[in-house]
Design a protein around this ligand. Structure first.
Ligand code: FES
Length: 476
């Protein structure tokens, strides 16, 4: 399904890579992190190109709600507890700096991307204890926060505001930045060996390679598949709902997110771990909430997005691995890809140029390991991977193929072999293997997206088995 951003901008097109090319830096990924990094390098006089598997901005940048903020959920109290005050301060100041830098870039280059200043709020409809803890942590980090019970939301809340944040149209920004770059679309990277990149029709030799493709797909070195998991969430663009001046995120279970753009109110929520949405109904939940708050409003667009969630709650930005000094990476942005992309572009540009990266970058180093912060999530992620693998081998198919109603999908067993079967609305049946080509876990049906999703590391495929999202690199 197409986001409101993709429906309201004409993105430029770029050729497919054919033949052999040499460059100083190759950036893999044509989302905001990759394009901002390429733009920063180009301005430094570096010869740089971008390889995009699909179209510019077709990944998470096109699915974000584009809140530009250093308020990343209930983040700072936990960071202080897990990593200490110095690391939490680095995280806060790097992200506050990213908000300022993007605002400056947009102003200086007169980019029309509907960037507007706002206050960013966390809210609860329950007890305010967690907000108070977060408020205390933010104050200790000298962030400009306040507590209030007075917001524009159509229900009573307690809220924590962070002043001087922003929101914008992500694809308008991307289109403007792409104008001066060398970009190859429909050029999926198949392998990376040393400084050589192979796509299906071309090859690139680069002195440095930047992985800004949402999920780093090279398993070793780096082992990012063992250091983060993926989550999906859903968004509606509503007409006829309230126009909100500020941005809001609920911290309660099933909390919702709100921000306005143009005549639309973007309502987000329904988050779940990728591969764990067998029952579906996420869009319906959002539609019900919309009707409750603004009876008569209409859905103009509906879409979903996917986020990488790192084990210790901090993105990985820096060297891909200690053993590969010419590979750089940016991943694990959680749900905060806009600010993370900006700070990633600055850190990666410095590293690619051989400069000492900006102050406050140490907390993002992929070579860190915080045992306290990571242990719990590592245990959970490992359990998921073991379950995903075990399910494929040990669990029988769940439903006879002939029992699948039209419009539904499920795991079935045919002659002792497990298949993922989708019976379309017109009765046509589509069958795919349920073994994920990444590391072999069993895929699960996602009825909201009509896709096969992997609970282990979040790869996704459409009902015909075509790859939608990695780390897998091939169709089913
Ligand atoms: Fe890793 Fe499926 S994404 S096994």
């Amino acid at each position: 399904m197409t986001s409101i951003w993709a429906e309201t901008v004409d993105l430029p097109s770029f050729p497919t890579l054919k033949g052999n090319v040499e460059t100083e830096v190759a950036v893999i990924g044509g989302g905001l992190a990759g394009i901002l990094t390429a733009d920063a390098l180009r301005r430094e006089g570096v010869k740089v190109l971008v390889l995009e598997a699909d179209r510019l901005g077709s990944g998470q940048t096109g699915g974000t709600t584009a809140k530009l903020t250093a308020q990343h959920g209930l983040k700072y109290h936990q960071l202080i507890q897990d990593l200490g005050m110095a690391a939490a301060a680095q995280y806060a100041w790097a992200n506050l700096g990213a908000v300022r830098r993007l605002r400056k870039l947009v102003e200086e280059r007169h980019i029309c991307c509907d960037l507007e200043d706002c206050t960013s709020f966390l809210y609860t409809t329950g007890a305010p204890g967690l907000l108070q803890e977060e408020f205390d942590a933010c104050q200790a980090l000298q962030m400009d926060v306040f507590l209030t019970g007075d917001t524009e939301l159509p229900f009573a809340v307690q809220a924590l505001g962070l002043r001087d944040q922003a929101r914008f149209h992500p694809l308008k920004l991307l289109a403007a930045l792409a104008e001066d770059l060398t970009i190859y679309e429909h050029s999926r990277v198949l392998t990376v060996e040393g400084r050589d990149i192979a796509t299906d029709q071309g090859r690139v030799t680069a002195e440095r390679i930047v992985f800004a493709c949402h999920y780093p797909f090279i398993n070793a070195p780096g082992y990012y598949f063992a250091r983060q998991h993926q989550e999906r969430s859903y968004v509606l663009a509503l007409r006829g709902a309230a126009a909100l001046r500020d941005c809001y995120l609920g911290i309660d279970e099933n909390g919702l997110s709100f921000r306005s753009w143009n005549v639309y109110l973007l309502l987000g929520g329904g988050g779940h771990r990728t591969g764990e949405n067998r029952q579906g109904g996420k869009y319906d939940l959002l539609r019900q909430a919309a009707r409750r708050f603004w009876p008569g409003c209409q859905t103009a667009a509906a879409w979903s997005a996917q986020d990488c969630i790192p084990m210790d709650g901090v993105p990985y930005i820096g060297l891909y691995s200690g053993s590969r000094p010419d590979w750089l990476v940016a991943t694990g942005f959680q749900k905060w890809g806009m600010t993370s992309s900006v700070l990633a572009s600055e850190i990666l540009c410095d590293l690619a140029l051989g400069r000492t990266p900006m102050a406050d970058s140490a907390v993002f180093s992929p070579q860190r390991f915080h045992a306290t912060a990571s242990a719990k999530q590592l245990a959970k992620d490992t359990a998921h991977a073991v379950r995903g693998l075990g399910r494929r081998v040990l669990e029988p198919g769940r439903i006879p193929a002939e029992a699948l109603p039209e419009g539904h999908g499920g795991v079935v067993e045919v002659d002792g072999e497990k298949l993922g079967v989708y019976r379309a609305e017109d009765g046509q049946v589509y069958a795919v293997p349920v073994k994920c080509p990444h590391l072999g876990c069993q895929l699960e049906w996602n009825p909201d997206e009509k896709s096969w999703d992997c609970p282990c590391h979040g790869s996704r495929f459409d009902y015909q088995g075509r790859l939608l999202e990695g780390p897998a690199q091939t169709d089913l």
